[in-house]
Each structure stands twice: as C-alpha cells, then as structure tokens.
Design a protein around this ligand. Sequence first.
Ligand code: 4AD
Length: 577
Amino acid sequence: MASVYIDETAGSDLTGVGSQEAPYQSLAHALFTHGQSARVLVRKDPSAEYEEPTQSALKKAKKGADGLEKKRKKAEELAEAATVEREKRERLLEESKKIQLVEDATLPAAVKAKILSLTPLRGKRARVLGWVHRLRSQKDIIFIVLRDGTGYLQAVLSGTPAQTYEALTLTLESTVELIGTLQPTPEGKTAPGGHELIVDFWRTLGTAPGGDDAFTNRLNEKSDPSILADLRHLVLRGENASSVLRLRAAMLSAFRAALSDHHLMEVTPPCLVQTQVEGGATLFKLEYYGQPAFLTQSSQLYLETCLPSLGDVFCVQESFRAENSHTRRHLSEYTHLEAELAFITFDDLMDHIETIICETVDKLLQNESSAALIRQLNPSFTPPARPFKRLSYVDAIAWLNEHGILHEAEDADGNVIKDASGEPTMVPHAIGDDIAEAAERKMTDIIGTPIFLHSFPAELKAFYMKKKEGTTTPPATAGSGGRSGIFTESCDLLMPGVGEIVGGSMRIADIDELLAAYKREGIDPAPYYWFTDQRKYGTCEHGGYGLGVERFLAWLANRYTIRECTLYPRWPGRATP
Ligand code: 4AD
C-alpha cells in the first residue's frame, strides 16, 4: 500500500494529493480521503523527517475524519434535496404554463379604486392597480402587499390565481392589476387598512427583473450612501422615504393654510434674477442672453415689492446657494418658504413666525393622516410650547461664555490660529463674533427648546436689515477690532437637533439709509432700482423671513440629514438623478 504524506506546515488539504511532492496538511483530511486504514506519514514541516503518527494523534485524526465524512454526507443530502426541489419547481413551472386564469363573467363588475379609498368597497369586488411592494408564498397561497402611492393593500392569491406561470414567477416591484373581493381582515390578523383583497382574477402589467438585477440586489439597507444617492429614484419606493415626502406635502399644505388664515397671499417670484440678496459668495452665476444673471438666493426682495399691491405675501420657491458645505443641513438647492409683512414691528414679526409655526404643527397633528406620519417617523415628537424663548445676540455670547463653549481664534485675515501641536486655539466668544454652527447647535441642544436668537451685529448680516434704535455706540462688552456696535432687528429661529430653520428681519424702510447700505456693501444700486422704488413710492415699516422647508421637515420628522427631506437633493457635486 502506498504511503500518504502529510506536512503540517507546508501541506494543503485543498491542493495537496497526499504525495511527497504535494502532501496534505492535516491527518484528519488524509484519513477522510484515503480511508481510516491508509498508511500515513507525518512531518511537522519541510525540515523534519516523515514519521508514523503517534497512536493518540491517529485517534484524534480518526474522529476528525468522521466529522468530515458527516459534513460530506450532509452536503450531498442538501445538494440532492436542492436538485429535487429545482426539478419539482421546473415541473411545476411547466405545468403552470397550461393553467389559464379566466375572469368569471358571472361575478359582479369590479369597481376600480385607489387603495386609500377602498373602505366603502368592503364586501364588494374591487380592481386595484399598483406595484408589488412585498411578496410571500406560503404553501399554495401567495400574499402580496400592493403599493399604489396612496397606501398599502394586502392581497391573497389562492387556488388557480396562485397557480399560473405569472403567479409562480412574480417579482417584487412588478406592476399588477388585482381584482377580487375586499374583506375585513380575519379576527386576530392585521393588515393595512384593516382589510384584504381576496383575488379571483389578476394579471401582470410590467414585470420587474428577478435574479442579479432584482430590485433587492440593486438596493438594500446596507447599500453605500453614494449608491443610495445614485438610486434615489428607487429609494423613494421605500416606506420611510415616501412617508417623509408625504409628510412634506402635508406640511406645505398646512403652512399654506396657516399663512392664508393670516391673510397672506401666495405669489411665485422668478428664479432667474440679476440681483443678490444674501451676498455674492453663494451665488450661482449664469449667462442669460449675453448678460450675467444668477439663480435666486432668496425671493425676499420681490416679496417686498408685492406689499403695496397685494398686502402681506408669501412664496414657496426654490433658493440656490453655491456654498461648498457638505453638512447635513446644507443643500445647493432648497425649498424656501418666505413671507413679508407690512406695517409691523420687530416683535410683531417674531410673534407672527411663532404663530405660523405653531398653527402649522397643530394642523398637522389634527389631521389623522399627517399625525400618523409624524408618529411613524418621529414617535417622540411633542409640539413646541409657546412663547418661544427670545435671546439677544449679546446675551447669547454671554451664555456661551458662561457655559464654557469656546470658538476657534482667528487672526485679522480670518485664518484660524493654531497652537504648537497644530490644534486650533480656543477662545471665549466676544461681541462681533459670528456664532459658529457648532456653538449654536450646542447651545440649542442644551436649552432644548426653540430659540429666537435676535439683534445680530450689522456686520454679520445682509445689507437690507433695519438697524436697532440706539445701538450706534459700542456696548461695554464689545470685543476689539472695528466692531461698529450697530445691531439689527434680525432674528434666527433655532430648533433643537437641527439648528437654524428661519432667518428673518425688519427691512430698511428709509430710502437714504438703503442707498447708504448699498454703498457700504459695495453694491451697485442700478440693478436694484425696483427695490429702491419700494421706499420712494410710499414706504412702510416692514419685515419678513425665510424658512428652510427641508430643515423644518428634518426637525418635524426627526431626520438625520435634510438630504432625506427633498425629492432629489442637490449638494456640491451632486445634481443626479
Ligand atoms: O438666513 P437666510 O439666508 O435668509 C434669507 O435668505 C432671507 N433673505 C430670507 C427672508 O428674510 N426672506 O435663509 C433663510 C433660511 C435659513 O434659516 C435656513 O433654514 C434656510 O433658509 N437655508 C438653507 N437650507 C438648506 N440649505 C442651505 N444651503 C440653506 N441656506 C439657508
């Protein structure tokens, strides 16, 4: 009998054949392959001599070989079972091709309905069209959860409807037409809407692929964020993504209703503009019939011009910001809900913003379907208590310093000053500092309620903001370095978890003050003639605000990023799909 060779270091159970040139690695494998009575020779490594194994090593290896044999048998059984199963399925599929499903003409005509409006059809025959959202086969019954955008419907296929070739090869995300009797869900069972469709006739309208190209292979919970972004059109079919968009629609309706209750009229300003609102740094520039133009940053200036003709106005319009911000609360294009009110004071403005937000939330909670969406997406949501905390910028600086929230020191050119180890030097806040996003968020999260942060220094805010009375002398606490001590009637509304969701202010009403502001900011007044005319032909004290729709929704629906809160988000480098 030829010897079987094992080298415990250099051998291989995978590629070895048991020869001296190609030894195995384990004794167990050698016995499993050549039988337990094979003549075996073992060495520790190529530098040692081949020897007969000890009795105890042999005993141990025999046990190992038994284990391997058991494994082999099991694998063989499984493979056999799989073959049987495959052949059975092939036979079944072949048989199924002969089964024809025919609609029973003696049954009452089915009423076509959307899933949302099925309830009145209980006990009757209904015809529903949609996408296969979930699919499960159990013995001879197929359960489908159908989705049509208005809701989800459980459908049960049994008997002939479950035996056709179409039924056996049905895939997720295919479109189908289902006809059957709508029955209340049996006692002890639950289904969306409390009923299920007992299907007697159905057909596939559009088959979605199975196999490698199946929906669940293109996309699943573990998919990479960049894949999810590329496949946003498919992500939207998911329950959470579609619920967020459904809540967004309800939220916009509620905002419109609340604003209309307060006699604001909706207008639709243009997106293509030739003036800036929030500074040149974030403008998307484009060529417009040979002239420079921009995508709008804010519709505020246009809303101001509507006051004398339409009274208080609002708009829901896209705004564009060319910010290189990759944060979870910045988009390059976002939906901006802006409003403008005439003959008001700064306090009126903050009262109005608070009222609109609270009434919008109340409307959403009073409506059964939007309340259900909020419960689903943000189970611990509680409406904010009124009145909202109001904190002046100067008091906020003091609050940050009292709470040890520091910021990065900067030199005169705005560069971060670093210490010997390269870490930024952290210093207390001083009047005149822009409160950085991180500090603002820390403060908002510690305070834990909505905060109106108001009366910012003029240097930090846009050219059009009204000065606060009596702030032309620097306050005692003013920091160094050319701070004017001029504060503005401006406010940001900060929400826990998200940060700033609203920016608003009173506007300069006086024409000379506005002309001076253009000059100070180096803005050419010529293209702003229409905005200036606003002050020329019957000026008025007025103010307004812009609310970031995606940020508000992120707060309401407790989303981690506002990228989830819009249909197809745009951020630096991303404009697809
Ligand atoms: O504070 P902002 O820049 O104010 C204005 O544009 C004013 N002209 C609005 C007005 O008074 N009519 O922007 C207002 C709000 C912010 O509070 C924020 O919620 C949102 O717009 N926002 C953004 N949302 C998403 N991505 C961005 N890049 C945003 N920039 C501002």
